[in-house]
Write a protein that binds this ligand. Structure first.
Ligand code: B1M
Length: 636
């Protein structure tokens, strides 16, 4: 019998162990239930690791545990991407020319870095709600890069940052895990310096505008960060760790293919090659939508794609992953977290899902079965246990089932070839259309003014020039033929032009009089999708209000009464926060406001059926369709 450590190590190295490794990640589930006192009776009072041991599961030890620190110092600089939990193999030292001041304000920690190039600061927030939901890491409620001048100050911090190898914590942690898991040392949560800037230094949506507007400064900062990344790589290569975890969170919308190829791939390849030369195996956390990144992720030369979350939570099935990747890299994951939820999958569907996985991954090489991204707080615990039992009974390797009907390259290519609606070129307004399409936010102001001076009707400029182009952008984004930055830049140009047009539109009946309020519900911090929806609304000329993230139902009711919108839009990305949408609808009813507004919902786990079930007025799967939905509801 092999131990869990041996099995996972073999799977990571592309060898065939005796049994399919089963490594459920239970941190979020454990933290939330332990906080609420709702752990299964037989496990009350146990630690996370004790539960894994008691159930006979391998421990998930590929990611840093941000609660496992020696003190608050280890998380203080999380806002600039520096964290040193026990799994980390270095410490860092700031130059004495950077004076660090910390101000604690209830649940928020403000960290100021006073440098010779000025002061930069960020705010970290960790609320009770988030702790209850199982979160282990504060979120960055104010980012360090706010304006152009901040780039130099941040560069100074990193130019002078020294990394010192420190293996004691890691070795002690690894010893504690023993044969019950295979430990990866923690290095960076970003794949590359530019990805680091994207994840930690700037607001997730603003990043794309900064990337366009302050491109030179950003590239210069990324070059400075290389110094830090090279030190980290060197320490990892010379560390006693057998496995290294490098980089996390790719997604074909946020780290869209051309960006991933230019800004992230080269560093992932460099990390993989450097670490391989020293005999290490390397994993990277691939929890997002990988559809548009399949070939690029394979090209990283990483040994393991960890947290692979397939259909029905994302577009690609386990069979497609296995077909595309298993010759080159180990797939770690394969069971999307919603398969563990009673409301998302019946017991039969859950069993059928497992049948299919065991069949399509035959012979079982390069596969570690896990829950992707992680087990949700409201998971049916018995399903975690059931997977373990079925693995023990049915998954001696090699698996013999086989018979997966794999999707062909031609089918994949066809799925990708979507045709965006062509722009109805209107010769009179072509210049305005192009300004919108190219995101020219200065030029469009001049051109709109010129057309107004020449006597063109404001409504025509808006409808035939600006909105027709914005519709094309919106459709192309939905089709996957343009990426997130183009949408944001076009919407920004639209907004700039609208300021000039607005006084001339007064009194004219236009299509764009909707008043819309959008927020991410309580417990949920995901805001990229919500911001994109808002930006598109703004681009369409709707009057919008951003309620922010983690917004409680009572606050939404308060803002509805104050802003008096036509539409209240709710976004949720977590299965655990979706029920908040129903609470908002109930609270609006209770406050006597429900009849006055239409409620629309969206976000990756939400669908039309759910919208109908909770009594929402509409659902949109993406930002483009959200625009069409609002128009329909307002007209209706
Ligand atoms: Co999170 N995360 N995350 N995450 N994250 C998901 C959502 C997840 C699916 C990953 C996975 O398991 N593979 C998973 C949720 C599982 C589930 O419950 N079903 C997950 C998890 C588990 C978590 C944490 C719990 C992780 C942890 O701590 N272990 C944690 C939760 C924190 C919290 O919210 N309390 C967490 C944290 C994070 C980051 C902070 C690292 C980051 C968020 C950064 C940010 O938003 N500022 C993050 C990210 C980036 C993701 C993924 C990778 C990408 C989400 C995204 O922005 N997509 C995501 C994986 C995935 O979705 N497959 C994942 C791009 C965006 C444009 O798309 O948001 O879907 P989306 O919006 C679309 C549509 O949905 C729609 O239009 C948008 C544009 O077309 N839409 C609407 C959205 N809102 C709408 C509203 C409308 C209409 C349409 O009307 C009002």
């Amino acid at each position: 019998m092999m131990t869990h450590r041996q099995r996972v190590a073999m799977a990571f190295r592309g060898e065939l162990p005796d049994l399919l490794p089963y490594v459920p990640r239970i941190d979020l589930w454990y933290n939330a239930n332990s906080y609420a006192g709702t752990l299964p009776k037989k496990h009350q009072g146990k630690s996370q690791d004790e539960i894994s041991r008691a159930e006979g599961w391998a421990m998930h030890k590929q990611l840093p545990d941000f609660l496992d620190t020696k003190g608050p110092e280890d998380m203080l600089h999380r806002g600039i991407g520096l964290t040193t939990p026990r799994q980390c193999i270095f410490k860092y030292k700031f130059t004495s020319n950077v004076d660090i001041r910390v101000k604690q304000e209830e649940e928020a920690t403000r960290v100021e870095y006073h440098t010779p190039y000025g002061m930069v600061s960020n705010i970290l927030t960790f609320t009770e709600d988030l702790k209850k939901a199982g979160s282990t890491i504060p979120f960055i409620s104010e980012h360090i890069l706010k304006k152009r001048e901040d780039y130099r100050a941040v560069a100074y911090i990193f130019e002078n940052l020294e990394l010192i190898p420190y293996y004691e914590n890691f070795l002690e942690w690894q010893q504690g895990v023993g044969e019950d898991g295979f430990c990866s040392a923690a290095t960076t949560n970003a794949g590359s310096p530019m990805h680091h800037i994207q994840k930690d230094f700037v607001d997730a949506t603003d990043f794309f505008l900064h990337y366009h507007d302050f491109g030179k400064e950003m590239q210069a900062l990324a070059e400075v960060l290389e110094h830090f990344y090279n030190q980290m790589l060197d320490i990892a290569a010379n560390s006693p760790a057998e496995a290294i975890s490098w980089g996390a969170n790719y997604d074909d919308t946020i780290t869209y293919a051309p960006y991933f190829e230019k800004e992230i791939l080269p560093w992932l390849q460099k990390a993989a090659d450097t670490l391989h030369a020293k005999g290490k195996v390397v994993n990277t956390h691939c929890d997002g939508e990988n559809f548009g990144l399949m070939e690029l992720i394979k090209a990283t030369r990483m040994d393991v794609a960890e947290a692979v979350c397939p259909y029905p939570m994302t577009k690609l099935s386990v069979a497609e992953y296995y077909d595309r990747w298993a010759d080159d890299m180990t797939i770690f994951g394969g069971i999307p977290s919603n398969m563990l939820l009673a409301e998302s999958a019946t017991q039969e569907e859950f069993e059928a899902y497992l049948d299919n996985v065991f069949q399509v991954i035959a012979p079982g090489r390069r596969f570690v079965l896990g829950i992707a991204d992680t087990t949700p707080p409201n998971a049916v615990f018995d399903r975690l246990v059931r997977i373990g039992e079925r693995v023990t009974q049915e998954c001696r390797l090699p698996l013999e089932a086989g018979g997966a009907r794999l999707i062909s390259q031609a089918q994949m290519d066809r799925a990708r070839q979507r045709v965006a609606a062509p722009l109805a070129k209107d010769e009179t307004f072509v210049i305005i259309q192009e300004d919108v399409l190219k995101g020219r936010n200065q030029e469009i102001i001049v051109h709109v003014r010129e057309m107004l001076d020449q006597g063109f009707n404001a409504k025509d400029i808006l409808n035939r020039g600006m909105l027709s182009a914005m519709e094309v952008i919106s459709e192309k984004f939905t089709d996957g033929t343009v990426f997130i930055p183009e949408v944001l830049l076009s919407a920004r140009a639209m907004n700039a032009a609208l300021v000039v047009l607005e006084p001339h539109l007064a009194g004219q009946k236009t299509d764009v009089s909707a008043k819309v309020m959008v927020g991410t519900v309580r417990g949920d911090l995901h805001d990229i999708g919500k911001n994109l929806v808002l930006t598109m609304f703004q681009g369409m000329g709707f009057k919008v209000k951003d309620m922010g993230i983690n917004v409680p139902a009572e606050e939404i009711v308060r803002q509805t009464a104050e802003f008096q919108p036509d539409i209240v839009g709710l976004s949720a990305l977590l299965t655990t926060t979706m029920p908040e949408m129903k609470k908002v609808i109930d609270a609006l009813t209770e406050a006597g406001l429900r009849e006055k507004v239409k409620v629309i919902v969206g976000g990756a786990p939400v669908n039309q059926k759910y919208a109908d079930d909770i009594g929402a007025d509409g659902y949109a799967p993406n930002a483009g369709e959200a625009v069409a939905l609002v128009k329909k509801l307002v007209k209706g």
